[in-house]
Every structure is written in C-alpha cells, then in structure tokens.
Ligand binder design. Structure first.
Ligand SMILES: [Zn+2]
Length: 302
C-alpha cells in the first residue's frame, strides 16, 4: 500500500490518548451492556478477564504524558510518514475511509456518512463504554461512536501472537473493520450482535463478518476515490500482495485459529467473530463486489 506523497493530510479526526473525546455520554444500563460485549469482539475474549470495568476510569496520571506524546505524533503526521509509521498510517486510513464512505454511502444506501472520531492510545483509556485496556485489541464503542486503537496491538498481538501480517495494508484492514461497526451503528444493525451473541451462525458472527465485508468494500474503492478538493485518491496503490496480507490477518483473527493458538479445542458454539475461512471469504466479498448489498450477512447462509 502506498499513500500518494503530494497531498494534504487532515489529522483533526484523530486524538491521542482520548483527548478531544466528547464527554458526558451516559454509561450503564442497556447501552453499556451492548458496548461491553462489542469491546471484546475483536479478539473474542471474555471481557471479565481483561480488567474491564463498566463505567470505571483508567489511571489518568499514568497515561497523560503518553497521551500528549501521541497527540504530538499525530499532529506532525503527513502522507509520507503514513507509508512508514503505524500511528500516521492509522490517521491517513481514517481519512481514506471518510473519502470512500462519504462517496459510497449516499449513492448506495441514500444515507450521509458521519465520520466517527478515532482515538489512538497506549495502556488504557476511559471511553463511553467504560474503561478499557489495550488487551481488548482495537474496538469501536457504539455508546460514544468512537474508534479506539493501541498501535502496539499490531506487532505485539496480531503478528507475534496470532501470526497475522505485519504489512501496512493489514493494519488498514483492522481500522476499516472498526469503521464497519460504526456504519452498522448508523444503520441500526449493531444490536443484532447482542441479541444472539455466540455460535457459528449467530448474530454476533454476522455482525463481525459484515464489518469485514465493509472493510473489503473500502479496499475496493480506496484507490479510486478522490480526496476532497482534488482528483487524486489519498491511497495510490493497494496491490495483490497487500490483499494477501489482509487475508493472512483476517484468517489469523478467525475464532477457530484463535482457539487453536490459545491451546483450546475448536468450539464453534463459542464463536463470536467467525472462522478464518468465513472472515477471509467476507472480506473478499466486499473487496470484489464493492457493494453494501453484497455485505448482507444477515440474509446469507452461514
Ligand atoms: Zn469487530
């Protein structure tokens, strides 16, 4: 993947360590319940094992300095750095996602895209879904409509623990997947996850596979959608090799692979995200078709 070098990068949609988040979101009750489930979805782990406390707070004293450092890092990102550096790549990816969804969503669904805010943090962060640590992996919080990512996830967990790809495109797929959850929240599909939370053809799995499909849809259009005020797309290239890296990652975060890697037996009744094969397949469906309609995992036979 390559971002073009001679364009502007707007970093205003991304904050370091949760700075700039909208405060005052109600936590608790049904909303909190949904959110806590969703927080754990990326890796399919049990939130009770992750130090997640609904409505709790993180240790602000310990995270403030690094939040400032992350913010400084974000502020000086440009497109050249987005080709080399994970934090800047996340920033540029959110802008590419905004370009694609701003163009495609009204055209395909008749709905205007609302860009979610993205937070880059280390250690832990207080969110509209409660306090979360990096151990949950990248997540989307439907209570505050924001995306949360700790860049260390990519090397420390995705590559080293799960055998995913370390390529930039694979990181972009993860960001695009979280944006897929935002679209599901906009369209009212996200609650289907909690209504039917586990099993190989559960609502939870269908929600996750649809987010993979939406990530594929972004990849389909990313190199062909001009950035605002210009004729050139932000993302110059996404090669077949990049797509191979994305597929490697989609397979690495399949429930069967995660269970096997953790030394457990493969138990489809506990799946929340879908198998490696399902995740690969649905990313590719979105990538090949470029259609929101084709991402209707709720009507599909799984
Ligand atoms: Zn997800």
């Amino acid at each position: 993947m390559t971002f073009r070098q001679n364009g502007q990068l707007d970093t205003s949609g991304v904050s370091g360590g949760g700075g700039g988040r909208r405060r005052g979101v109600a936590i608790g009750g049904g909303v909190g319940g949904i959110a806590i489930v969703l927080i754990a979805l990326f890796l399919g782990v049990d939130p009770s094992q992750l130090g997640l406390t609904e409505g709790g707070t993180t240790d602000q004293g310990a995270t403030t300095e690094s939040a400032q450092q992350i913010q400084q890092h974000i502020d000086q990102c440009d497109l050249q750095q987005a080709n080399a550096d994970t934090t800047c790549r996340i920033v540029a990816t959110t802008e590419s996602l905004e370009d694609v969804w701003t163009a495609q969503l009204p055209q395909q669904v008749g709905v205007d895209w609302i860009q979610p805010h993205t937070n880059i943090f280390t250690g832990g962060i207080d969110t509209g879904c409660g306090a979360a640590t990096s151990a949950v992996g990248p997540f989307y919080c439907p209570a505050d409509n924001e995306v949360y990512l700790d860049p260390s996830f990519f090397d420390d967990v995705l590559v080293q623990q799960l055998g995913g790809s370390g390529d930039g495109a694979s990181q972009m797929y993860v960001v695009a997947h979280e944006f897929g959850h935002h679209l599901q929240t906009m369209l009212g599909d996200i609650q289907r996850s909690q209504q039917d939370p586990a099993g190989p053809s559960s609502g939870a799995v269908r929600v996750e596979l649809q987010a993979d499909c939406y990530a594929g849809l972004w990849a389909h259009f990313a190199t062909g959608t001009p950035a605002p005020g210009g004729e050139l797309p932000l993302l110059e290239s996404l090669t077949e090799r990049d797509v191979d890296g994305i597929i490697q990652t989609a397979e690495a975060i399949g429930d069967d692979h995660i269970q096997r890697t953790g030394g457990a037996r493969v138990d489809p009744s506990s799946w929340t995200h879908g198998s490696s094969e399902m995740r690969r397949q649905w990313f590719l469906t979105g990538y090949r078709e470029g259609s929101v309609q084709a991402c209707d995992t709720f009507s599909a036979r799984l």
